[in-house]
Ligand binder design. Structure first.
Ligand code: SF4
Length: 201
């Protein structure tokens, strides 16, 4: 059975869905079944809120410093379970919460979900992935048209409503592409995080 909570680099990660509206060429899901202490992060069925809460109740949070929604899917595809469980984690543990979304949540839900995320998270780290639309389409293969500009609009909205908002790229991009990504982030007043390739979604 797939883990709903797993540990990676001494942080607790929540793997609440395997749904995703991208098909990134670099996605860790196509390389291995699990990361950290999880043998597999592929669910046999999508976890219910009750199952997510039970996993939280069964976990010993002693010594951990952050609770992160990431995993083998796009966390905002399970928006209701994401917001409800984040409220529960906050109440139960007091840990700061981070969400690592692909930034397409408004396209997926056909409405503005940022205010709902802003109520439950301390930090949001949105995958920028590429310095322009053409490259973004090539590497993330999104399910929607105009995804690059929608992702940037989503990031800007997060920047206005969530104190710790960042755009993220992986360190496999060329130095020139990384610099172009930095300009995109700087132009929007958003921090750019450059993360290791192994960290996945
Ligand atoms: S890297 Fe993230 S956004 Fe891309 S396909 Fe994998 S889970 Fe989806």
């Amino acid at each position: 059975m797939a883990k709903i909570l797993y540990v990676y680099n001494n942080q607790v990660y929540a793997n609440i869905t395997n749904k995703c509206d991208c098909s990134c060429t670099f996605c860790i899901r196509s390389q291995m079944d699990g990361v950290g202490d999880a043998e597999t992060l592929w669910h046999s069925k999508e976890p219910s809120l009750e199952e997510i809460i039970a996993a939280i109740d069964a976990f010993d949070f002693t010594g951990y410093t952050e609770f992160v929604y990431c995993g083998y899917g796009e966390p905002t595809c399970a928006l209701e379970n994401l917001t409800a469980s984040a409220r529960y984690v906050r109440e139960k543990t007091g840990l700061p919460i981070r969400i690592n979304p692909n930034g397409l949540g408004n396209l997926y839900h056909k409405r503005d979900i940022v205010p709902e995320l802003a109520q439950v998270t301390d930090c949001i780290s949105i995958s920028l992935n590429a310095p322009d639309e053409k490259e973004y389409e090539k590497v993330t293969r999104p399910a929607f048209p105009d995804a690059f500009s929608a992702m940037l609009d989503f990031a800007e909205a997060c920047g206005r409503q969530i104190k710790r908002t960042q755009l993220s790229i992986v360190d496999i991009l060329s130095p020139e592409a990384q610099e172009a990504c930095r300009k995109i982030a700087d132009d929007r007043g958003i921090h750019l995080k450059i993360r290791k390739f192994e960290q996945g979604a």
